[in-house]
Design a protein around this ligand. Structure first.
Ligand code: F6P
Length: 744
């Protein structure tokens, strides 16, 4: 309908133009005809006069003029000749045929003959007037006035007019028809081409070949698309609420509800045998804390290592179990590793090699050839599991962490159209540090199978790009933060990870802060009135636990008024206990803690309570709500979610966060007391300051921290990554098609 209206807009002016053309052309045609015929008749008249000249010269001397009359009568037998008159050399009419007009003198005839249209009307019909000299042997005898019938011209003109009208009409019809057909085809082509372009399918039309007319538009369209995206992004704004529903709707709109597959080493729930039967417990893992709520929102399949003692007891014949327990919102597919595989891939290459390599925490990385082989083989096993679980050729695969650096390229090999988002949960070191890894090239190549590669901070992205630049022959576009390697483009971006902001249905069950405090103090036998600081970590050398207890010692030295009035509760979830480095670290902390406790022993009980056990989410939350201070003193940390959990727990807007400047979170949470954990004095002072901070200042800082964490929650983290992946997928498609189009 729209195209028909457009065509009418063209056809109506066309008809009008043709009508005007016909209106102007026909009289012009008549006049041209007349002139052509007048010229012919002039020539004809000259010929007739020449033929008659000698005869006229003979007949003229005869006084009665009979001979001349007879001559003229014979000449008049030519049906075109209407009348003849003979003018003397003095311009007098000496002889005429009967129908020669009475009022036509020789002078007048000469005047008419000299005009461009030498016409005279006799009896309503047009007559051509020609005056031709009669030249005989004896000299000039006078002029012959020949009047020739021109009415045949009018008849011919009529015919010509008809032909012309038919010609213009037919021409108009042909042009109109051709226009309609071309317009229809072009319109459809443009519409489908433009739609395809906007959908990202580019300039190629499968049925009708290429649409070159769209090529110049492609760049403009893409630019406009980017502007619209930016506008959209701005309109959404950081303040816009990210929640499970928004994430789901993003998946529906950008990925048409495509399947989401998560791959991580750590599983979201570990099933273990206990005295009362099988229990499902959430592991102490920032990765699980962040990814689990996203998975609940997206459904899909999570592939992870089944490491619990009862994990095999609860899976079906495909090694799958629906989670969370009792809700079945997504599937966990468990992969079983042999003790050898776990030793080489997880403890060995991942945690003795990559972990210290990336954390630069003064623990030497260990790289063994056998661990590397294991790491490669296990990556291959998980990649195969992804391919098995994929229900389409372009699933969205979320690869988690340093355990799977090789997996993105392995999946890409089998599922070239998959959207692979790899998130690196730990820091990325500078090229020099990374260069000590013997398999640096293989690791980088594996990671560059990803569509998007995410780090917590811009600084880690920069380190990664520089590392690629140093060790691979890849094309890097710094402006767009992209790396093209072996035909795959990877977008490198920072996505600060976060937590799920507690929902109202959750907070409703929280005990008041005072009650939480009372319960914690009672359970841990801390005398009421004490000031309480908490630390909650995996028992890991990167967490700065040693520096933390040293800072407590220093504070008590420096500010002795706190002795007997202060307690640090340090929860340290056992982690990677098979590794010597971790065992030694645990021993060291235990010894130092005992020493400090002895040194500052007071009636209030030990100053440091080291709880080497797993605390579940509720217990940790209660501890956060009971505390005056939360200490996060990582020596190097990708993000650290403990600090965000503490902030989320404090709906009373009290409590002070002390945060290491070497944790990614420090960039987002400047209202915390930021410290250098290596500088024990500084941390000790910060602790004293936190314990003496007025309530108004606590509230001000905490309110601001809470706004940030609420807004920059984990759905935003996942949403931004997925939205970028959607856009990236679109751009890639457009670019590929434009390129194909240009080379075709
Ligand atoms: O920080 C890296 C990380 O993988 C986190 O994502 C997670 O919190 C932690 O290590 C868990 O370690 P593991 O799975 O070895 O216990």
């Amino acid at each position: 309908m729209k195209s028909f209206r457009l065509q009418l807009r063209f056809l109506v002016p066309l008809v009008l133009i043709l009508a005007v053309a016909a209106y102007l052309a026909l009289p012009l045609m008549d006049r041209l005809n007349l002139r052509w015929f007048a010229r012919d008749l002039n020539m004809r008249g000259a010929l007739v006069t020449n033929a008659l000249s000698e005869s006229i010269a003979d007949a003229l001397p005869e006084p009665r003029g009979r001979k001349l009359q007879a001559l003229f009568n014979r000449a008049l037998q030519d049906e075109r000749l209407v009348a003849i008159g003979l003018c003397s050399t003095q311009g007098k009419l000496v002889r005429t045929t009967p129908n020669f007009p009475k009022d036509l003198s020789c002078a007048r005839a000469e005047q008419i003959a000299a005009e461009p249209d030498p016409l005279l009307r006799i009896g309503g019909g047009p007559v051509h007037v020609g005056v031709h000299p009669v030249n005989a042997e004896a000299g000039r005898m006078g002029d012959l006035v020949l009047l020739q019938d021109l009415s045949f011209i009018e008849r011919r003109s009529q015919d010509t007019r008809q032909y012309l009208i038919i010609l213009i009409g037919s021409l108009g019809a042909v042009i109109a028809l051709a226009t309609v057909i071309v317009a229809q085809l072009s319109w459809r082509g443009w519409v489908s081409g433009t739609r395809a372009l906007l959908r990202g399918e580019g300039l190629i039309r499968p049925l009708s070949g290429t649409a070159p007319e769209l090529a110049p538009l492609a760049a403009d369209l893409r630019a406009r698309l980017r502007e619209l995206e930016d506008e959209y992004r701005r309109s959404q704004g950081p303040e816009a609420d990210w929640n499970p529903e928004r994430l789901q709707s993003l998946l529906r709109t950008q990925f048409s509800g495509d399947q989401v597959i998560v791959v991580s080493n750590r599983e979201p729930y570990i099933h273990e045998r206990s005295g009362t039967g099988i229990v499902a417990r959430r592991p102490a893992s920032g990765l699980v804390t962040a990814v689990e709520p996203v998975m609940r929102a997206c459904s899909g399949t999570w592939i992870a290592h089944g490491s619990g003692s009862a994990d095999r007891d609860v899976v079906d014949s495909h090694d799958r179990v629906a989670l969370p327990p009792g809700h079945s919102e997504y599937l966990l597919r468990r992969l079983w590793l042999t003790a050898e595989e776990e030793k080489g891939y997880y403890f060995g290459f991942a945690n003795e090699g990559m972990w210290p390599l990336c954390h630069v925490a003064h623990v030497r990385p260990v790289f063994r050839e056998s661990d590397w082989e294991c790491y490669r083989a296990v990556n291959r096993r998980f990649a195969d599991a992804v391919v098995q679980e994929a229900r389409s050729e372009d699933p969205v695969v979320l690869v988690q962490d340093y355990h799977f650096a090789l997996l993105p390229a392995m999946v890409r090999e089998k599922l070239p159209r998959a959207t692979i988002l790899t998130f690196w949960h730990i820091p990325w070191p500078n090229p020099e540090s990374f260069g000590i890894c013997p398999w640096r090239r293989e690791i980088l190549q594996g990671m560059l199978g990803s569509t998007i590669l995410g780090f917590h901070t811009r600084f880690h992205c920069k380190n990664f790009i520089e590392t690629v630049d140093r060790y691979l022959e890849a094309r890097i576009e710094h402006e767009h933060s992209t790396i093209s390697f072996q035909g795959v483009s990877t977008f490198v971006e920072s996505y600060p990870i976060s937590i799920e902001w507690p929902t109202e249905s959750e907070t409703r069950h929280w005990l008041p802060v005072a009650e939480s405090r009372r319960r914690v103090f009672e359970r841990l036998h801390i005398p009421p009135g004490q000031r309480l600081a908490v630390g909650v970590d995996r028992f890991d050398y990167t967490k700065g636990i040693l520096e933390r207890v040293h800072a407590v010692e220093r504070m008590l030295e420096k500010y002795p008024e706190w002795v007997g009035r202060f307690t640090l509760v340090q929860v340290a979830a056992p982690s990677r206990g098979e590794l010597e480095e971790y065992r030694a670290f645990r021993e060291r902390i235990t010894q130092v803690t005992e020493r400090i406790n002895q040194r500052f022993s007071a009636p209030g009980g030990p100053v440091i309570r080291l709880l080497v056990e797993h605390y579940d989410h509720e217990a940790v939350n209660e501890l956060y709500r009971a505390a005056d201070v939360c200490l996060v003193t990582s020596l190097h940390d990708g993000m650290n979610l403990v600090c965000k959990e503490f902030v989320a727990a404090r709906d009373d807007e009290r409590g002070v966060l002390i945060l290491s400047r070497f944790a990614g979170a420090a960039r987002e949470l400047p209202e915390a007391l930021i410290v250098n954990p290596y500088h024990v004095e500084e941390t000790a002072d910060a602790l004293h300051r936190a314990l003496t901070m007025p309530e108004a200042e606590q509230r001000e800082r905490m309110a601001s921290l809470r706004t940030t964490v609420r807004e920059f929650n984990v759905y935003r983290w996942a949403g931004r990554m997925l939205a970028d992946a959607g856009r990236w997928r679109l751009r890639e498609r457009i670019a590929a098609r434009v390129q194909r189009h240009q080379t075709s």
